[in-house]
Design a protein around this ligand. Structure first.
Ligand code: FAD
Length: 481
């Protein structure tokens, strides 16, 4: 299964894809890179397909037991969104310490530039001066400044193409730095922890499994779950790059990048959101990936004890690769490119019934509204970046829904809606003032668990247990609101 960056994010396309999901093949093969997975994540992430519709359609064709893999994987998304809604702060920071203290993960930057020998093990103190001395050429850095643009060092197409768009949007008031849905300002990590080594970003590690994953990510904007796991594990435990750096980077290249599942999964891999690090080796790749992903005889072809020792600091991080042709890195930005998203305010909406579409609610508007307005609240991207193709796909869909594209800080969008009767779907990635205008609950598999007064499920198993505790079959799940 592959996707292309050229996506039509309409519900109609999602339904065509949904009609091809084969429940039995999915359950049997979903862990294999060539398995029968759906590729529906961009539509689910952008609200063009709800979790309950994704469940109902497959169940209508092939009645599913409650514990079927399809139900459980949709529930994983529900769980990550539940956590994002109920504990928004925890998504940006390590929930607890991983196998090594946080500061140790800067070592990946030095190793990337061929200085693996410099990187000390955990017993040796790593001074700030030593870390800052790591070569920075080509590093892409999330800048902790109010403009929140993804800065590239002045090299290649990324920097030159970012600048004009960013400059034009910068004319609007700068968004606040509070992460969407959060009531607390996040402490941005030091700059050095937000770097992903250049040889990884350019698919030049010399390790087929990693280079294939990065190439696939760069060219298609999508990766199989297993490949995401391998790439994350290699970066965090192999190269000792902080999970947050990897998570921000991967999200910016994905067409389905989403803070809940993405940052949640990176923490799970890192061992800061689970109780042990996720590790893999060449045998694991041999079992689940095609021939051109294999890495026999490489540094990954060892027992789990070696990988475990490295993850826990008993061995130095893996060295950077030196070979191969670099893949073209996608262009990414923290603000909608002005060449793709043009503001068009249209008539005053005072007294009218207005349906609010937004980048996480691309579904068809229900009947009975006088107007549809598409909202682009700039704060929503203060901490995340999107690739150019994703801005384009979302913009194309929102333009198909309405000519009225409102781009600006949330407060200014709310002001313009004063006196209008608004309705729309909530999403935890939106800034607070807008969420108050969205009367319909965010997408959820178990809506009763996402009510503000329901207990927070601290683990997937708790979420699943609570969600299914009164159910015996999928029909009952679908009947509940
Ligand atoms: C490091 C890492 C980063 C990830 N980043 C994202 C992300 O940014 N956005 C995202 O939607 N998913 C993310 N995932 C979860 C998962 O990899 C993708 O949802 C899945 O690969 C999408 O492909 P698919 O639509 O073919 O999934 P299918 O296997 O066909 O599953 C159907 C749907 O169920 C949901 N789902 C399936 N597996 C998972 C899972 N493990 N966690 C959460 N939801 C799941 C998705 O909505 C998916 O579209 C990440 C996983 C890892 C390990």
């Amino acid at each position: 299964m592959t996707l292309s960056v050229d996506l039509d994010l309409s519900p109609a396309t999602a339904r065509e894809r949904l009609a091809r999901v084969d429940a039995a093949a999915y359950a049997a093969t979903r862990n294999h890179l060539q398995g029968a997975v759906s590729g529906l994540s961009p539509w689910i992430v952008h609200g063009a397909l709800s979790l309950r519709e994704a469940l109902a359609a497959v169940h209508a064709r092939t009645p599913l037991p409650l514990d079927h893999r399809w139900v459980q994987e949709l529930a994983w998304r529900g769980f990550f969104q539940h956590r994002l809604m109920r504990e928004p702060d925890t998504v940006w920071h390590s929930r607890h310490e991983g196998p090594l203290p946080e500061g140790e993960y800067a070592a990946g930057v030095c190793a990337a530039e061929g200085q693996a020998g410099v990187a000390p093990g955990p017993a040796q103190a790593r001074s700030d001066a030593a870390v800052d001395a790591c070569p920075k050429e080509g590093a892409t850095t999330l800048a902790p400044d109010p403009g929140a643009t993804l800065r590239a060092e002045p090299r290649g197409r990324q920097a030159s193409l970012l600048a004009p768009d960013v400059a034009r949007h910068a004319a609007s008031p700068a968004p606040s730095l509070s992460p969407p849905g959060s009531r607390r300002q996040p402490d941005l990590l030091p700059r050095r922890l937000l770097d992903v080594p250049a040889d990884v970003r350019e698919a030049r590690t010399g390790l087929a499994v990693i280079d294939q994953a990065v190439r696939t990510l760069a060219t298609t904007g999508w990766l199989h779950n297993h490949a995401r796991l391998w790439l994350a594990s290699y970066l965090v435990h192999g190269r000792r790059v902080h999970w947050r750096a990897g998570a921000d980077w991967m999200l910016s290249w994905l067409m389905d990048g989403d803070v809940g599942p993405n940052h949640g999964s990176w923490q799970w891999v890192a061992g800061t959101g689970s109780h042990k690090p996720y590790l893999f080796n060449a045998d694991n790749v041999a079992r689940f990936a095609p021939a051109d992903w294999q890495v026999p005889g490489s540094v990954l072809d060892t027992g789990y004890d070696v990988h475990e020792a490295r993850a826990r600091g008993g061995k130095p991080p893996l060295p950077a690769g030196r070979g191969g042709e670099a893949v073209a890195e996608p262009m990414v930005s923290h603000t909608p490119p002005a060449s793709t998203v043009q503001a068009n305010w249209g008539p005053d909406q005072h007294g009218r019934r207005v349906w609010l579409a937004h980048p996480w609610a691309l579904g068809d508007p229900p009947p009975g509204f006088d107007a549809v307005v598409a909202l682009w609240p700039l704060e929503a991207w203060a901490h995340i970046a999107w690739r150019a193709e994703r801005w384009a796909a979302v913009a194309q869909r929102l333009k198909a829904l309405t000519p009225w594209q409102w781009v600006g800080p949330a407060e200014s969008l709310v002001e313009r809606l004063a006196g209008a009767h608004t309705s729309g779907f909530d999403h935890p990635g939106l800034p607070e003032p807008l969420r108050a205008l969205l009367d319909r609950p965010a997408d959820s598999l178990f809506p009763e668990l996402d009510r503000p007064d329901a207990p927070v499920a601290s683990s997937f198993s708790a979420y699943w247990r609570l969600g299914t505790r009164r159910l015996r079959q999928v029909d009952e799940l679908l009947a509940g609101a």
